[in-house]
Design a protein around this ligand. Structure first.
Ligand code: THU
Length: 134
């Protein structure tokens, strides 16, 4: 699958976003090594803090289906003027499983940039840090 195709899979998820509070739909598409794609959208809640982002929706779908060490590429898209950058919580959740994950971050005109998660979360805290002592 090309980068463009993965980005468009993510755009296809905007229709399912549940965003009565922010009016800001976000879509995601997470690809695994074997080509499996897990999609996601943001799902908001009247208790605002219970909202889940599109990227984390896709991530928990993948992990709960046994995909953990084979995550390779993630597209994140919004209808926004600027690129739809993953929030801090999503960066941290993704870092747990795939610090080198390739990210395709798009804006409303479908333009996208390609970079890696460790570029967005340098010196991130992850499982490796809990292995060290002293
Ligand atoms: N949102 C995401 O889905 N992903 C992000 O990384 C940034 C924020 C959602 C959460 C909320 O539903 C809306 O965008 C506005 O914050």
């Amino acid at each position: 699958m090309t980068d463009r195709e993965l980005v468009e899979r993510a755009f296809g998820m905007l229709q399912y976003s549940y965003v009565p509070y922010s009016g800001f739909p976000v879509g995601a598409a997470l690809e695994c090594e074997d080509g499996t794609v897990f999609t996601g959208c943001n799902v908001e809640n009247a208790a605002y803090g219970s909202t889940i982002c599109a990227e984390r929706t896709a991530l928990v779908k993948a992990v709960s289906e046994g995909h953990r060490d084979d995550l390779v590429r993630l597209a994140v898209v919004g209808n926004s003027r600027d690129y739809c950058w993953p929030c801090g919580a999503c960066r941290q959740m993704l870092y747990e499983f795939a610090p080198g994950l390739v990210l395709l971050v798009a804006r409303g005109d479908h333009a996208f940039v390609r970079l890696t998660l460790d570029q967005l979360l340098p010196h991130g805290f992850g499982p490796k840090d809990l292995e060290q002592e002293g």
